[in-house]
Design a protein around this ligand. Structure first.
Ligand SMILES: *Cc1c(COP(=O)(O)O)cnc(C)c1O
Length: 463
């Protein structure tokens, strides 16, 4: 299995190169040179099997001959043993045709754990015996940082720096990151938005000398291995609801478009995904693009679903590449122009391609709060504000008799303020967030300045 950049630069890479690099050297995103696929019978055979076994099947199509089957199986089994639910990602029925897919049973109570627990183990496996120590720099809108710190703390072959936007994440999110006492972890509050943090990381990757100097690596959702890991639960949930014998729909709370793109990947691999509703908060760049064909960034609004306060949805480049018939020259042109002007006008053919699977829906702050309350009143379930954006959008999805799965991306205990404001009641603490408030926090502060951030990372990497 080989990978190419959406911008066409460089030679094709293998899985371990793609895993460790994150972003492609030309600034593009890695995609498989050819999509692997499963037959209906192979998909049917996923039914009733443990999560880690399906993960091994799906991942093996992407890892090629990087690992033996046994080794990959052991990694998957170990990664998903950290989840607090035996099903790993259980389904819960909300309504006659509406299901919640609970992706938050991992160590930091957000769906980011699903990929990150696997990623840290893949890093260790690939780097074992190499003598290398990579420097992972990761921008976080709240949940990636915690999941990455939790997965990589104490890692033998990696140190990690998590950059988060100061004052724009919840206290529980922050504490999952800042209370790790391990020597290979640094957390940094950046004066700015998530987009500013993400721009710092992208600038570090563009600087080749810096990249080599600190042995830079990235685990943001631009890392292909995360997309591959997230495709797994589309298969697992669809099969539980009758795939491959009936199609399934999904509603996906969206920020950087990684999770939604994992659904596209599952479809390309043969899963009958009828529709994906891309649910955004008022930072609705992707929902707007799917509506009027203009992919245009704007100022970031602060909302109750901070992990989605993003106006540059990095993974959209992967969809654009596919929608442009894998034209890397066109993709490079469009996204280099976007970096300057903040705008791409989608060609009618590309927009039609996207709309064949995706529909966009923006959910307002008010509607998010009302959905938390109505879901509690009608079903007894307390949902977090990100999940509420997905559930609200699901209620508008075009009519169909296929089951609809709303991805539940965080546990409500991670966003107690928003849940209290919507329902008047405190969400129950999760066992995994107990003790968080007694631990000491450690973090540094930086301006949203590339040179300052590089100097900081350089010092840490030398030390
Ligand atoms: C990261 C995150 C999202 C958005 O996922 P993307 O892959 O960035 O689109 C949604 N909800 C929660 C809770 C998250 O942490």
């Amino acid at each position: 299995m080989r990978y190419v950049s959406t911008r066409g630069g460089g030679a094709p890479a293998d899985f371990s190169q793609v895993l460790l690099a994150g972003l492609a050297p030309d600034g593009g995103l890695y995609v498989p040179e050819e999509w692997p696929s499963f037959t209906s019978d192979q998909i049917a055979a996923f039914a009733g099997r443990p999560y880690w076994e399906v993960a091994t099947e799906v991942l093996s199509r992407f890892t090629g001959n990087t690992f033996s089957r046994e080794r990959l199986g052991a990694i998957c089994q170990d990664a998903y043993a950290t989840f607090a639910h035996p099903a790993v990602t259980p389904l819960k029925q909300l309504d006659s045709g509406l299901f919640l897919l609970e992706l938050f049973h991992g160590p930091t109570l957000a769906f980011k754990d699903v990929a990150m627990q696997l990623l840290a183990r893949l890093y260790d496996a690939v780097l074992a015996g190499s003598g290398r120590t990579l420097t992972i720099v990761c921008a976080t809108s709240g949940d990636t940082g915690g999941a990455a710190v939790e997965a990589f703390r104490g890692a033998r072959h990696a140190r990690i720096v998590a950059l988060f936007p100061e004052g724009r994440i919840s206290e529980v999110q922050r504490r999952f990151m800042t209370t790790a006492a391990d020597a290979n972890v640094r957390t940094v509050a950046v004066k700015g938005s998530f987009d500013d943090c993400q721009a710092l990381v992208k600038a570090m990757f563009r600087d080749e000398a810096f990249r080599t100097e600190v042995d830079l690596s990235g685990v943001n959702s631009i890392n292909w291995a995360r997309i591959a890991a997230q495709a797994v639960y589309y298969f697992v949930s669809a099969v539980a609801l009758g795939a491959p014998h009936r199609p399934v729909r999904f509603a996906v709370p969206t920020g950087n478009f990684g999770d939604a793109f994992a659904g596209y990947a599952a479809r390309r691999m043969g899963l009958d995904v009828e529709r994906i509703t891309v649910a955004t908060n008022s930072n609705d760049i992707v929902a707007r693009a799917l509506g009027d064909g203009r992919y245009q960034t704007g100022p970031v609004a602060v909302t109750q679903s901070p992990a989605m306060d993003i106006q540059v949805a990095s993974n959209f480049e992967r969809l654009y590449f596919e929608a442009s018939r894998r034209d890397a020259v066109e993709t490079a042109r469009a996204f280099e122009a976007f970096a300057g002007q903040g705008l791409i006008d989608l060609a009618p053919q590309a927009l039609a391609y996207m709309r064949d699977l995706f529909e966009g829906r923006m959910v307002s702050e008010d509607e998010t709060a009302r959905t938390i309350l109505s879901t509690l009143n009608e079903t007894g379930e307390v949902i977090d504000p990100h999940t509420a954006v997905g559930v609200a959008a699901a209620r508008y999805a075009s009519a169909s008799s296929s089951p609809l799965v709303a991805l539940s991306t965080a546990h409500p205990a991670k966003f107690p303020e928003a849940v209290r404001a919507a329902t008047g009641a405190e969400p129950a603490l999760h066992v995994r967030s107990r003790g968080l408030f007694d631990k000491v926090e450690r973090f540094d502060r930086l301006p949203a300045d590339v040179e300052a951030a590089k100097a900081y990372v350089r010092t840490f990497a030398r030390g």
